[in-house]
Design a protein around this ligand. Structure first.
Ligand code: ASP
Length: 439
């Protein structure tokens, strides 16, 4: 049995946390490949090492003195090394990094050193081999992740290796410079390693016991999700359920490897299992509820729209030309609405309006802002009758006006648009009807 284990920043923020991680890894012989993040926050007002590195490098890039900030980063590692009682010096590494900062090696290089150094500390602490991610994770010239090249190199490098530490978050470009994934990207590295070694399971250790049915900032103590499918997770992550990086599921999903989200501070909790499919009956009709604020609806009206060939294409062409991707597009016989991210739409607003007038000659265009979208997701919705009915009666009881409804053809989710001011009340009412009332 092979497990790939990824530990997030808060799991590695201090020597104390490192010790918990060490205990977890040693508890099971199968935990052979370890992917660490950079040290995260030790307390809520603390700064993540990644952010310290960005800030420090920004000074260096402007030619300013960055000694003080650099020393603070050194101290973070020193505190961990001393706390673990390791016989390890990172002085040489820090000298190289400083020289590269002065030589303006780039922001990605700077940020990646958080994981790089933590990987060295981790490999020293565990007695596992250290493998630099720059040698096994690759990006193309245009900055896209190069899955094929990476998989081949990773397989070759890890072949015959019993135990190794591979730092998360970064890889290298064809010109040998360092490039990182987007923030939180160590989750992706863990997934890539798991796929390459054909792991039985990818354990992603963080500071919460998995996904919750809803956002704890809105629902008090929401229940955890024990099992979720990749498809469900994708819908929920897209709508803001943020325990795992959105792109982390792709490599393992292709390889049919489940992900187990676990809590470093409470390792006995089962956490959430993310699987391709399951015969396990979910406890509730819905698996989760997530949502986001900050959408705008562009309502376009034109008599006889439905018989005008190519109308939809010409509408969307305007959005495409302005670099705007749309979220949803509910339509009526003579109306079509396009839902977009408000922050992306605002700067392009007038170009879009004039483009629409030119392209489709509408009778009227009306713009509505401050819309929130809520996704009610669940694999069990397909086999349960009346789900939509229950959602809408719950919303009606909570006096929430529904502005838009969209049900995906897979019957896995129902998306509801409400005014931002109704967002919290809407989520609470849906949680109540499907979870509280069903307990
Ligand atoms: N250290 C990086 C970040 O803070 C990557 C990660 O932790 O996954 O975003």
């Amino acid at each position: 049995m092979i497990k790939v284990v990824k530990f997030g920043g808060s799991s590695l923020a201090s020597a104390e946390q490192f010790k918990k991680v060490g205990d977890i890894i040693r508890a099971e012989d199968s935990r052979r490949f370890v992917v660490p993040s950079a040290p995260g926050k030790r307390f809520s007002d603390d700064t993540k090492v990644t952010d310290m590195l960005y800030a420090c490098y920004d000074l260096a890039a402007k030619g300013k003195n960055f000694d003080e900030q650099f020393e603070k980063i050194k101290e973070r590692y020193l505190e961990i090394i001393e706390g673990l009682g390791l016989d390890l010096s990172l002085d040489e590494q820090f000298n190289i990094i400083k020289a590269c900062f002065i030589g303006k090696a780039g922001r990605d290089y700077a940020a990646s050193r958080g994981e790089f150094l933590n990987g060295i500390v981790m490999s020293n602490y565990l007695g596992y081999e250290f493998i630099d991610a720059a040698d096994v994770i690759f990006f193309t010239d245009s900055g896209e992740f190069d899955a094929e090249k990476t998989d081949a190199a990773m397989k070759e490098r890890l072949d015959g290796i019993e135990r190794a530490v591979i730092p998360g978050f970064y890889g290298s470009m064809p010109n040998d410079t360092i490039k990182t994934f987007s923030r939180g990207g160590s989750d992706i590295t863990g997934s890539i390693v798991a796929a390459a070694v054909g792991a039985d399971i990818y354990e992603n250790w963080t500071d919460v016991s998995g996904f919750l049915i809803s956002d704890p900032r809105i629902i008090k103590d929401p229940l955890p999700i024990h099992t979720i499918t990749y498809k469900e997770l994708r819908e929920l992550s897209y709508m803001g359920a943020g325990v795992l990086h959105e792109d982390a599921i792709f490599p393992v999903r292709k390889a049919g490897i489940p992900i187990n989200i676990k809590n470093t501070n409470s390792p006995m909790d089962p956490g959430t299992m993310i699987v391709e499919s399951t015969s396990q009956k979910p406890q509730f009709t819905i698996t989760g509820i997530a949502g986001k604020k900050g959408f705008t609806v562009v309502n376009i009206e034109k008599d006889m729209m439905n018989s005008e060939l190519g109308f939809g294409r010409r509408v969307l062409e305007v959005f495409e030309k302005n670099g705007l991707s749309f979220e949803h597009m509910p339509s009526g016989i003579d109306t079509m609405s396009v839902i977009v991210h408000q922050s992306e739409f605002e700067p392009k607003e007038q170009e879009v309006l004039s483009g629409l007038h030119r392209n489709v000659h509408p009778d009227s265009i009306d713009i509505e802002t401050d819309l929130a979208l809520i996704a009610v997701v669940g694999r069990a919705m397909k086999s349960n009758r009346g789900t939509a009915g229950r959602i809408f009666s719950a919303l009606a009881h909570a006096h929430v006006n529904v502005k838009m409804i969209d049900q995906g053809s897979s019957e896995l989710n129902i998306i509801i648009g409400v005014s931002e001011s109704d967002f919290e009340a809407a989520i609470k009412s849906i949680y109540e009807i499907f979870v509280i009332h069903q307990l």
